[in-house]
Design a protein around this ligand. Sequence first.
Ligand code: GDP
Ligand code: MG
Length: 163
Amino acid sequence: MSNIIAIVGRPNVGKSTLFNRLTESRKAIVDDMSGVTRDRHYGVGEWTDRQFTVIDTGGYVANSEDVYEAAIREQVMIAIEEASVLVFMVDVTTGITDLDDDIAQVLRRSNKPVFVCANKVDNTALYNEIHTFYGFGLGEVYPLSSMTGSGTGELLDEIVKNF
Ligand code: GDP
Ligand code: MG
């Protein structure tokens, strides 16, 4: 399938907030699938006349740190399979965590375009903190505030070039 954006990242970085923003005013297709795809949400978005599907990954249910990490890795693997473009979301207020590094490692092995998004850049002072995420070796880092919507236009301009 084409024109599918999957948002991946550890919990609490703001994936669902971005998903809601990209699919706002659209009727979200909420698909409660069973098994490993549990809690994956599918929605429809549009930018400059181009339509796309957005997948929000998340909702990890696990009772130990190991299971939790494995569940996240599994979600990333499925996203790599399903999506044409991956949005790797990180949080500028926390910097890089071990889980971020794990996810980045999986993404570096994929042959899909990856857009590193530094979320929660709510003000210009935080903009100076995004340089750390170039350390993933995944190319350009896009500052975002999913809460205010700032940066999403610039991100989508680049993403739709792949569609
Ligand atoms: P998810 O677990 O990755 O899906 O993250 P959520 O979308 O549920 O967001 C986790 C928390 O971060 C919530 O309290 C959001 O309101 C908050 N959040 C999301 N985006 C932003 C942002 O751009 N700036 C700030 N300051 N908080 C945000
Ligand atoms: Mg979420």
